[in-house]
Ligand binder design. Structure first.
Ligand code: DSN
Length: 417
């Protein structure tokens, strides 16, 4: 990232970077797993720590010159412990997938059983899907939501756990809009002597602000990404009790990763510093209010929301009653300047490249400064775009209105390429 006064000599690269900045500025970002980091986090993520190899852990490295890397990693760990109250944290995972992989490998062996939430019911690829390492290496069973309430079916979780006797149960996911009862999961896990892993990637920011139940005191291991509601750089974390610390650390390095990305760890520290400020709680409260306002507006406009609404930053529209696919909706919204993603809905009949759902999130728009009345306008843009999803010239007109609307919420005003 360059300031307006800097000159980047690589014109070809500059053009791409500039276009992406313009895209982010002029569209409405509603992918539930995305956010906009602060300018401070951006700058720190581009620091000289990108030059440093630091395999190992603080005070136990395989390279010289790690004294400041040690200080940085210890500071980042301390901030995670302060925010989430965990006994131990590994701040090195490059992403959520590697955090989950290391968490699995720390207590499981290939061939062991796992029980995770089905992808189409809101789970995640790394919770046992066949196309991911998790489904290839482990014997997977899935639980889902009840057809009537679209809430997690804890009776089914218990029944599946008693039948399959998995060594690990996984809670959390990517498209489940409701609160999760971690105590119930723990009771079930204890009953079958399984580990409980909670993947809190989506709602970690809400947990940090005390607005969503914390899995940390309950679960054996908690994984998260840092770039969703937590509003940090792209990356992961693993939180656990002291008794599992060595097993987890050994699986991140040397188990599955090499040198940690120290510049990203620095950016994690910067974001965690922001999460410790009182304004972060205000931000997360607004994230919830914005998601709820969007949900109400869409429901009033005739759209069916999976589970009827949301307790989090995300909501999932079931488009089956509109005779539209998720793919069609995603494309239409993109033409209108709204970025979102198609998503499977519970009891999905379409394949994963088409789907019957559309997932929307409020975290990124809230960072841009939108409040409830602005979400009404956003909901109107969405409703109009979906109504006219086959009319490109209409969608182009909405695109112009969206662009004008985004000018009211400046993004990275001090940056340019
Ligand atoms: N791919 C992320 C999401 O969009 O939810 C999860 O890793």
């Amino acid at each position: 990232m360059f300031s307006k006064d800097d000159n980047c000599p690589d014109q070809q690269l500059t053009a791409i970077l500039r276009q992406e900045l313009i895209r982010q500025r002029t569209k409405l970002e509603m992918i539930a797993s995305e956010n906009f980091v602060s300018e401070a986090v951006l700058r720190v993520g581009a620091s000289v720590f990108t030059n440093k190899y630091a395999e190992g852990y603080p005070d136990n490295r395989y390279y010289g010159g790690c004294e400041y890397a040690d200080e940085l990693e210890a500071l980042t760990q301390a901030r995670v412990r302060k925010i989430f109250g965990c006994e131990h944290v590994n701040v090195q995972p490059h992403c959520g997938s590697s955090a989950n992989m290391a968490a699995f490998f720390s207590v499981l062996s290939p061939g062991d059983g796992i029980l995770g939430m089905s992808l189409s019911h809101g789970g995640h690829l790394t919770h046992g899907a066949q196309v991911s390492f998790s489904g290839r290496l482990f014997k997977t069973e899935f639980y889902g939501v009840r057809e009537d309430t679209e809430l997690i079916d804890y009776d089914e979780v218990l029944a599946k756990a008693e039948k399959a006797r998995p060594k690990m149960i996984i809670a959390g996911g990517s498209a489940y809009p409701r609160t999760i009862d971690f105590n119930k999961f723990k009771e079930i896990a204890d009953r079958v002597k399984a580990y409980l892993l909670v993947d809190m990637a989506h709602f970690a920011g809400l947990v940090a602000a005390g607005l969503f139940p914390s899995p940390v005191p309950v679960a054996d291991i908690v994984t998260t990404t840092t770039h969703k509601t937590l509003r940090g750089p792209r990356g992961g974390l693993i939180l656990c009790r002291k008794s599992l610390a060595k097993a987890v650390d050994d699986q991140i390095f040397p188990g599955i990763q090499g040198g940690p990305l120290m510049h990203i760890i620095a950016a994690k520290a910067a974001a965690l510093g922001e999460a410790l400020e009182p304004e972060f709680i205000d931000y997360q409260r607004q994230v919830l209010k914005n998601a709820q306002r969007l949900a109400v507006h869409l429901a009033d406009s005739g759209y069916r929301l999976v589970s009827g609404g949301t307790d989090t930053h995300l909501l999932l529209i079931d488009l089956r009653t509109q005779n539209m696919t998720g793919q069609e909706a995603e494309i239409a919204l993109d033409k209108a300047g709204i970025t979102a993603n198609k998503n499977a809905v519970p009891f999905e009949r379409q394949n994963y490249t088409v789907t019957s759902g559309l997932r929307l999130g409020s975290a990124a728009l809230t960072t841009r400064g939108l409040v409830e009345r602005d979400m009404d306008q956003v909901a109107e843009f969405i409703v109009e775009s979906l109504r006219h999803y086959e009319d490109d010239s209409y969608l182009r007109k909405i695109r112009q209105r969206v662009e004008e609307f985004t000018l009211r919420f400046p993004l990275y005003p001090n940056f340019d390429f």
